[in-house]
Design a protein around this ligand. Structure first.
Ligand code: ATP
Ligand code: MG
Length: 456
């Protein structure tokens, strides 16, 4: 027996009362057996989408997937309530039908839950429960205990039907900390090229899900070892062949390994920031040169890297916002973290990176440092973080000064003209290099001093 939430039991009861059969299936059943919290329950039923729609007032038809979504609300519900979750109800899939479901109108539905489960990807995702019995024809529960991802049926055939399943195998293995069984893994290694036929959007969604996991770095290595990386991120795959060992240099890893290590130690949970950390040195592949002394250089690699990031973001169809963040982080990751820099140098760094990206850039640099590319010690990065904060509290431009042209004209008794701008400029320079604080009293006093000098 499996304890389902009451919201799931209500869905099951409603369909059963109309003489349909229905089971909870997929990720949520898997998670619940493992004892981990879950949401977004999936159901498979003998009811057609139209029949399901008519039974649930809060449901809608997502034609793209032939799935009916049911909005789940928490009680008490008011007219302003937003759904707390969406459950998805799909009609049993037929053995004759190809799961990708491009033509839902022409579909022939399956008759039984067993037929439906045979169309699912992995044994641990092919467990069904209606709250009373568990249907598990492929040993999914056993594989959950063994922490094993194994294709339902012949892995070769299943990956040829839908190549995205190969990425799903790696993603779910990374998510759960599982191994992929030998035959399934070999089938991935033998068919990874088929991912070329899969749409950018589906690949992006799986990749971004994977990036968010704590052990994403292991997932990237697994993709490399199975040949998936070569298809979806060939730029990164090539980086494993670029060494960085030089006399008197700190680098011990090749560029690819360093990239993965940087991701491993990146403290951000944002998949875009983590992707940027993974790709920050991607420009080193094109720029690597060995000078006569045997020193390896990557001159301007961040410029090439930004260009590669634009290309990768375009290929993966990232949103404009995500693309901008990714490219900015890669483009400017080489800034020098030296707390002795002048305020205006620090201000220039802030302007380039953008205040909204500063914390993310520091996360990238922390990953970079801990991942073996150490450019600075941790105390240096902390001091730099303090400088960033300090400098941001100070004015960025003359218009941020706590006095303006009217104050200058009044105190100096001058008419509008170039003198006013010159005085404000002098004040700004002193505030910027820390000789004067940006407080109204202090600035007024300073202007008054100027008047004395002028009249003396
Ligand atoms: P999660 O929701 O935690 O990401 P999930 O296993 O629920 O993981 P979904 O993408 O929500 O993944 O898919 C729900 C279920 O549909 C899966 O558990 C699996 O049974 C089935 N499924 C999804 N994608 C495929 C596919 N490409 N081929 C075969 N079955 C699939
Ligand atoms: Mg799911």
């Amino acid at each position: 027996m499996l304890t389902l939430p009451t919201t799931a039991l209500t869905i099951i009861e409603t369909l059963k009362n109309s003489a349909f059969t229905v089971y909870a299936v997929g990720g949520s059943v898997r998670d619940t057996i493992m004892g981990i919290p879950t949401r977004g329950w999936d159901f498979a039923t003998s009811a057609t989408p139209e029949q399901t729609l008519s039974l649930f007032p809060d449901s809608f038809y997502d034609n793209r997937f032939g799935t009916v979504g049911v909005k789940i609300y928490t009680e008490p519900r008011t007219p302003q309530s937003e759904p707390a979750d969406i459950y998805e109800i799909t009609t049993y899939r037929s053995e004759k039908e190809y799961r990708d479901f491009r033509h839902p109108d022409k579909v022939t539905w399956g008759r039984t839950i067993e037929e439906d489960l045979s169309r699912r990807d992995f044994t641990i995702n092919a467990i069904a429960s209606d709250g009373r019995e568990i249907v598990d024809p492929y040993g999914g529960q056993k594989h959950l205990q063994e922490k094993l991802i194994q294709a339902v049926g012949d892995p070769q055939a299943r990956f040829r039907e839908d190549a995205l399943r190969m990425m799903r195998a790696v993603r779910i293995a990374t998510q759960l900390g599982f191994l992929i069984s030998a035959a399934t893994r070999d089938a991935i290694a033998g068919n990874a090229d088929l991912l070329k036929n899969i749409s950018a959007e589906r690949i992006r969604d799986e990749l971004m899900k994977l990036m968010a996991f704590e052990h994403a770095a292991d997932g990237i290595l697994l993709m490399r070892n199975t040949g998936i990386l070569k298809v979806i991120l060939p730029e990164l795959d090539a980086a494993f062949a670029v060494g960085q060992k030089s006399p008197q240099r700190h680098h011990i890893y090749d560029v690819g390994t360093h990239s993965v290590m940087a991701l491993k130690y990146c403290p951000s949970g944002d998949p875009v920031v983590r992707l940027a950390t993974l790709l920050h040195d991607i420009g080193k592949v094109e720029t690597a040169k060995t000078d006569p002394q045997g020193i390896v250089t990557f001159y301007n690699h961040e410029v090439n890297g930004a260009r590669a990031a634009v290309k990768i973001a375009g290929r993966l169809k990232l949103t404009k916002k995500h693309t901008e963040k990714l490219v900015t982080l890669v483009r400017w990751h080489q800034f020098s973290v030296d707390e002795r820099q002048t305020d205006s140098a620090i201000r220039r760094i802030i302007r380039r990176i953008g205040t909204e990206n500063l914390e993310d850039m520091l996360a990238l640099r922390t990953g970079d440092r801990l991942g073996g590319g150490a450019k600075e010690t941790s105390w240096r990065l902390e001091l730099f973080r303090n400088r960033l904060e300090e400098v941001q509290k100070q004015p960025f431009s003359v218009s941020d000064l706590k006095v303006n042209g009217h104050d200058v004209m009044k105190i100096l008794e001058v008419a509008p003209g170039p003198v006013v701008g010159k005085v404000l400029g002098e004040l700004f320079a002193e505030v910027e290099n820390g000789k004067l604080s940006n407080e109204r009293d202090a600035l007024i006093r300073k202007i008054e001093e100027m008047r004395k000098i002028k009249s003396a």
